[in-house]
Design a protein around this ligand. Structure first.
Ligand SMILES: [Mg+2]
Length: 428
């Protein structure tokens, strides 16, 4: 087998870059995108980072700083980000099917089977093409392991002389050591906040130090994972490309409400929506569930914090939205307390099985004919929603109330996925 050559394509400040695409006047200005209910900064422009706004900064704590410096904030617009992400993945998949979509803004490619003479030039051309065709700036790292490709992309992003690209594959050992010297140990993929202090105590301050750590010591400190990390930093690939997402063990959907509520129908509408979203995801992954649970709590930051949980076991595995909604709403009605200020709710589906294994259960509660009907109904609903837009066909229970929906006061239009919200061009 050929030795892999990995490229990591990483979008710079992805959510902010998506917002700027339709608001070009925001270039070079401090911009942040806020998480649900406009709570915390989840994406920051370089100018916002330079103001000292950390990742996860609570918006209310930084309000003064935002105002004093003209920081522009947005509510997260996941429809827009998801659509632009999909466009990038389309471009990358056309280059090679050997792709791992690692997150909404990062993908690994294995380039080893492609006829590329100059990988650095290839990466620069790809970067220019993505900027032209989609409008999002990316950083590209190249390395003999995924860990090195990650570090390369990090260097490409931060080093202004790199042109957004860093090739750690076609360089000498000495050059690679120099590059790794500049990477603090906490920034290495897989180290994280927990392991970094341990490694620093061991005298391992940067990636070059970790690359030189004896493998027995790495194993003592971090197990097999640590040994692999050392090998990966030396250019030996241990973490293969994961081309398909593993089937999930459980599926969960939930939200903090836009405002606390004691109204049963508001909570029911929220639970029904989460059940519908989870059921859709379940069908997408071609699975069925045997158990659903709900979880509710009041505001953690207020006195008399309370939480509730309940679960329903199904006689036969299902992926039917109607059945799941009835189950979770029924479970809620048994624990409902009208003196409670519900703050957040979630629905989780457990014990997932492939949908090919539907069997008649021993108690005879399930009939294959009924199951077939439910599957046909769900398929029809999914097909309509795919064609005419999300939630075109939905259960009435989801529409009982909307007061639970998170606040997104600062959301930009869905420029690329909604006819009503297309950007308008004014003639000069
Ligand atoms: Mg990124």
């Amino acid at each position: 087998m050929k030795k892999p050559i990995f490229a990591l394509i990483d979008c710079n400040n992805f959510f902010v870059s998506c917002e700027r695409l339709f608001r070009p006047e925001l270039a070079n200005r401090p911009v942040v995108v806020l998480s649900s209910n406009d709570g915390c900064a989840v994406s920051r422009s370089n100018e916002a980072k330079a103001l000292g706004i950390p990742m996860g900064a609570p918006a209310f704590k930084y309000r003064q700083l935002f105002e004093a410096n003209g920081v522009v904030s947005f509510s997260a617009n996941f429809e827009l980000y998801g659509d632009l992400s999909k466009r990038l993945v389309q471009i990358l998949t056309a280059i090679t099917p050997r792709i791992e979509v690692y997150s909404v803004d990062e993908s690994f490619l294995d380039l080893s089977l492609l006829a590329i003479d100059d990988h650095e030039q290839w990466a620069k051309d790809l970067r220019a093409r993505v900027l032209r065709d989609i409008g999002i700036p990316v950083s590209i790292g190249i390395g003999g392991s995924k860990t090195l490709a990650k570090i390369g992309a990090d260097i490409g992003k931060k080093d202004p002389n790199s042109g957004g690209v860093c090739d750690l594959y076609h360089i000498s050992l000495a050059e690679r050591q120099t590059a790794l010297n500049g990477i603090p140990v906490r920034n290495i993929w897989g180290v994280g906040r927990r392991l970094a202090p341990q490694l620093q105590a061991e005298g391992v301050a940067n990636a070059a130090d970790l690359a030189q750590l004896r493998s027995a010591r790495a194993r003592q400190l971090m197990g097999v994972h640590g040994e692999q990390m050392v090998l990966e930093l030396n250019g030996t690939s241990c973490i293969p490309l994961e081309r398909q997402h593993k089937p999930q063990k459980m599926i969960s959907r939930g939200r903090t409400f836009g405002e606390d509520t004691n109204q049963a129908h508001v909570v029911e509408a929220a639970l029904a929506s989460f059940a519908a979203q989870s059921a859709f995801r379940l069908r997408q992954s071609q699975q069925l569930t045997r158990r659903a649970s709900i979880f509710l709590n009041t505001d953690r930051h207020k006195a008399s914090y309370r939480q509730w949980g309940s679960e329903v076991v199904f006689g036969a595995p299902t992926a039917d939205t109607g059945q799941l909604i009835s189950a979770v709403v029924g479970a809620f009605s048994k624990i409902y307390d009208k003196s409670a200020a519900y703050h957040r709710a979630s629905v989780t589906l457990h014990d997932l099985v492939p949908d090919s294994v539907f069997q008649v259960d021993l108690l005879g509660q399930a009939s294959p004919a009924q199951h077939g009907l439910k599957v046909a109904r769900s398929r029809a609903v999914d097909a309509l929603n795919k064609r005419f837009g999300k939630r075109t066909v939905r259960y009435a229970a989801e529409d009982l109330a909307s007061a639970w929906e998170p606040r997104r006061k600062l959301k930009s239009p869905r420029y690329t996925t909604s006819w009503d919200e297309l950007p308008k061009i004014k003639p000069l």
